[in-house]
Design a protein around this ligand. Structure first.
Ligand SMILES: Cc1cc2nc3c(=O)[nH]c(=O)nc-3n(C[C@H](O)[C@H](O)[C@H](O)COP(=O)(O)OP(=O)(O)OC[C@H]3O[C@@H](n4cnc5c(N)ncnc54)[C@H](O)[C@@H]3O)c2cc1C
Length: 382
C-alpha cells in the first residue's frame, strides 16, 4: 500500500495566503524588503548550483540568524523559529520570490533536525548552536566507490580502540567537504558484517589528523564534490548517533529528512522564473514555448500541493514512499525547467550553467530509478 501521503487524490490547496495570518505575512514581508539588498538578490538570481556565492550566503545567513529565522522548522528552545508548516512554506516561497541567496545548509536542513530528534543532550548543546551561528558546516559521508545506490555495501572501517573508533577507507562524492568543519558518516564497525548490519553513524571533525579532501571537478569546471580519504583517523566512540551496530536505522531516518526538503517549491518557482527571464531576453518566445512554460507552472502548482500534504503530516517519521515521491517529482521537474530554459535561450551562459547543474539532481540523494523502486515496492510490486 502507498503511505498515507499517497492514498488520497492530490487537490491543489487553498491559496497559500489563507494558511498564515496577515500579521505573520506583514512581518515576513517587512523583514525581507528591508534585509534583502539588491546585491543579495542579484547573488540569488545568479545562482546556478546548489548554493549561492559564499559571501552572499554568509551575509544572508547572518541576517537570518540575528532575526532568529535561520532554522524555520527547529523548535524555539533549540534556537529555531518554531514555525508551523504553513508559516515555513510561506517564508520559503517569499524568499524565493525575492531571489534571496540559496543557503542549502545540510547543518540546518539535515543533521540539525536529526540531532534534535535523536541526539544526546550534550550533542544538542554542542552542535545546534554552532550550526546556527555558522561556526560548524556539515557534509554527508555516505557514498563510496562501491556503495552508491547499494549504500549498505559500504566498507569504510571503524575499528574500536578504547574510547575511540579508528577510521580507514574513503568516501566519494562528498558535497562541500572543502568547506565543512564536520562530517556525518556511516562506517562498518563489524568487519565481517554485510549490508545494513554492523554499521555505526558517526559525527566526525574534519580537522582530525589523517583526513584528506581531494576535489572532483564537474564537466563545467565547478567544484562541489570531493573524495575524502581516512588514514587511521581517531574519533571518539561517543560522537555517534544511535547505538553501535544500528547506524543503518539512523541513516535511513536522516535520508528521509534530507529527501523531504531536497528541492522545494520555492527552488522550482525561482528556476522557472529565471528560465522565462532568460527566454525573454533571448528574443521572442513562440506559442509552443509559452505553452510549455504554462505546463511547467501547472506542474509546480500540483507539486506544491503534494509538498504541503507531506510536510503537514511529517511530524516524527516521514513515510519513505512519500519522501521518495517528493524527491523524484521535484528533481525531474527541475530538470524539465532547465531543459526548456536551455531550448529557449541556447546562447545564455546562465541557462547553460543551470542546465548542467541540474543534471546531477536525479542522481544524488538516491537516483530516480531507486526512488521508483521504493514507490513500486510500496504498492506491492516485486
Ligand atoms: C553531484 C553529486 C553530489 C553528491 N553528493 C553526495 C554527498 O554529499 N554525500 C554522499 O554520501 N553522496 C553523494 N553523492 C553520491 C550519490 O548519492 C550517488 O551517486 C548515488 O547514490 C548513485 O550511486 P552511484 O553513483 O554509485 O551509481 P550506481 O549506484 O552505480 O548506479 C548506476 C546506475 O544504475 C542504476 N541502478 C543502480 N541500482 C539499481 C537498481 N537496484 N534498480 C534500478 N537501477 C539501478 C542507477 O539508478 C544509476 O542509473 C553525490 C552524487 C552527485 C552526482
Amino acid at each position: 500500500m502507498y503511505g498515507d501521503g499517497l492514498t488520497q487524490p492530490i487537490a491543489v490547496h487553498d491559496d497559500e495566503t489563507q494558511r498564515v495570518d496577515q500579521a505573520f505575512r506583514s512581518e515576513v514581508e517587512a523583514f525581507l524588503d528591508e534585509s534583502l539588498t539588491e546585491a543579495l538578490r542579484e547573488a540569488g538570481r545568479e545562482t546556478t548550483g546548489l548554493k549561492s556565492a559564499p559571501d552572499a550566503c554568509g551575509a544572508w545567513r547572518d541576517k537570518l540568524f540575528q532575526r532568529g529565522w535561520l532554522a524555520p522548522s527547529w523548535p524555539v528552545k533549540h534556537g529555531g523559529a518554531g514555525w508551523s508548516t504553513a508559516q515555513r512554506l510561506y517564508f520559503e516561497n517569499a524568499c524565493a520570490e525575492r531571489d534571496a541567496p540559496i543557503l542549502q545548509s545540510s547543518g540546518v536542513r539535515t543533521i540539525g533536525p536529526l540531532i534534535i530528534e535523536e541526539g544526546s543532550p550534550s550533542q544538542k548543546a554542542r552542535y545546534l548552536p554552532a550550526i546556527l551561528s555558522g561556526e560548524h558546516e556539515w557534509c554527508q559521508g555516505f557514498s563510496e566507490s562501491q556503495a552508491g545506490s547499494d549504500l549498505s555495501a559500504l566498507s569504510l572501517r571503524a575499528e574500536r580502540d578504547g574510547d575511540d573508533f579508528v577510521l580507514s577507507g574513503s568516501k566519494l562524492w562528498t558535497s562541500f567537504a572543502q568547506y565543512a568543519t564536520h562530517m556525518f558518516l556511516l562506517a562498518r564497525n563489524v568487519p565481517s558484517s554485510r549490508g545494513g548490519e554492523g554499521l555505526v553513524f558517526l559525527l566526525v571533525e574534519m580537522d582530525r589528523p589523517g583526513i584528506d579532501v581531494r576535489p572532483i571537478r564537474f564537466i563545467d569546471g565547478q567544484h562541489e564534490t570531493n573524495e575524502v580519504f581516512f588514514d587511521k583517523v581517531r574519533t571518539p566512540v561517543s560522537d555517534r548517533i544511535g547505538d553501535i551496530g544500528e547506524g543503518w536505522k539512523t541513516a535511513k531516518r536522516l535520508m528521509s529528512i534530507a529527501r523531504s526538503n531536497n528541492t522545494t517549491t520555492g527552488v522550482l518557482r525561482r528556476a522557472l522564473r529565471a528560465a522565462q527571464r532568460e527566454a525573454a531576453e533571448s528574443g521572442d518566445v513562440c506559442p509552443q514555448e509559452e505553452a510549455k512554460f504554462l505546463d511547467l507552472q501547472r506542474r509546480i502548482d500540483a507539486f506544491e500541493a503534494f509538498e504541503w500534504r507531506v510536510a503537514a503530516g511529517m511530524v516524527a517519521v516521514a513515510p519513505a514512499p512519500a519522501t521518495s515521491a517528493l524527491k523524484l517529482l521535484a528533481t525531474e521537474l527541475h530538470q524539465a525547467i532547465t531543459e526548456i530554459g536551455l531550448t529557449t535561450a541556447p546562447h545564455s551562459e546562465f541557462a547553460q550553467a543551470k542546465y548542467l547543474a541540474t543534471r546531477a539532481a536525479t542522481i544524488y540523494s538516491g537516483t530516480s530509478e531507486i526512488h521508483r523502486n521504493i514507490l513500486a515496492r510500496s504498492i506491492g510490486c516485486p
